[in-house]
Write a new protein. Structure first.
Length: 277
């Protein structure tokens, strides 16, 4: 614990301050969701186009381009959203870590999830409401991980995924409309084949019934497969290659606090990645 009055040093200080205090954070999120909202009815009606690279590939097509086989499949149009730092703002958890001088730990994160007190990301509520009003399915895919919690009561120690109920409840307390079905929220590890932070198997599951018309997230891994764990250079190339999808089918929130961008800075000290000229 850091005494008040002391200057706090922490890797995440500026990032969390930006999220919690800057009007620029608010404005950036509102902008992303406003643009996404303006695309809803158009993309709903483009029955031959998917935002998902893998779904397009399964019909022999590319994301964001006309795919007659897809239209013939008669799938339900859906937007696929990430949860953390996309629709729920967990910066209070990050702020507490700074205050306590701690680092991210699975147990501390799970305590935060069980608290169910994350608030909505600016712009996200209006977007979700509008999507539903436009007849578009809203599906959440999160890397919140299912794990049994130790507890005194029989029910808590037997539930394989208490994080699911917590997240459903937190979405409602944050103001989101209750989900029509619990299947519209997919956690990491809900099925053995969904144990990876890589979301591709879960998107593939969604793609059996839905046409993924739009993808929204704060991490590249929310938009595409096998990109999370690549290098700084590969990630930059990937974005350049797919830039025509951005703001059209893919919508990227800003997260300076954490994400796979941070994991890409491995193998050498972070300062060695600084560009000095
Ligand atoms: Mg996220």
């Amino acid at each position: 614990m850091i005494a008040s009055g002391c200057t706090v040093q922490h890797d995440s200080m500026n990032a969390i301050l930006w999220i919690q205090t800057s009007a620029e954070y608010q404005s950036n999120s509102e902008m992303v969701f406003n643009v996404a909202e303006s695309r809803l009815s158009l993309l709903r009606d483009k029955q031959d186009v998917t935002a998902d690279i893998d779904q397009a590939k399964s019909f022999g097509c590319s994301a964001g381009t006309s795919c007659p086989g897809l239209a013939a499949a008669g799938l339900i149009p859906a937007v696929v959203l990430d949860v953390d730092e996309t629709v729920l703002d967990n910066s209070v958890f990050g702020a507490r870590l700074i205050k306590d001088g701690g680092q991210w730990r699975p147990g501390a994160w799970d305590d935060w999830v069980s608290e169910k007190s994350a608030i909505a990301v600016p712009g996200a509520l209006a977007f979700v409401e509008r999507a539903r009003a436009e007849g578009v399915a809203v599906i959440y895919v999160t890397n919140r991980r299912c794990s049994v919690r130790g507890g005194l009561s029989e029910s808590s120690s037997n539930n394989p995924c208490p994080q699911k109920l917590d997240t459903l409840e937190n979405l409602v307390t944050a103001g989101y409309p209750p989900l029509a079905s619990v299947d519209l929220l997919i956690l990491r590890g809900e099925r053995p084949e969904w144990d990876s932070s890589e979301k591709q198997p879960r998107r593939q599951h969604i793609a059996e019934r839905y046409r993924i018309m739009m993808l929204i997230g704060d991490d590249l891994g929310d938009l595409a497969s096998n990109i999370k764990k690549t290098s700084v250079e590969e990630r930059a190339r990937f974005v350049s290659t797919h830039q025509s999808l951005l703001g059209e089918y893919w919508f990227q929130l800003t997260n300076p606090a954490y994400g796979s961008w941070r994991g890409a800075l491995s193998g050498k000290p972070a300062q060695d990645y600084l560009r000095l000229n």
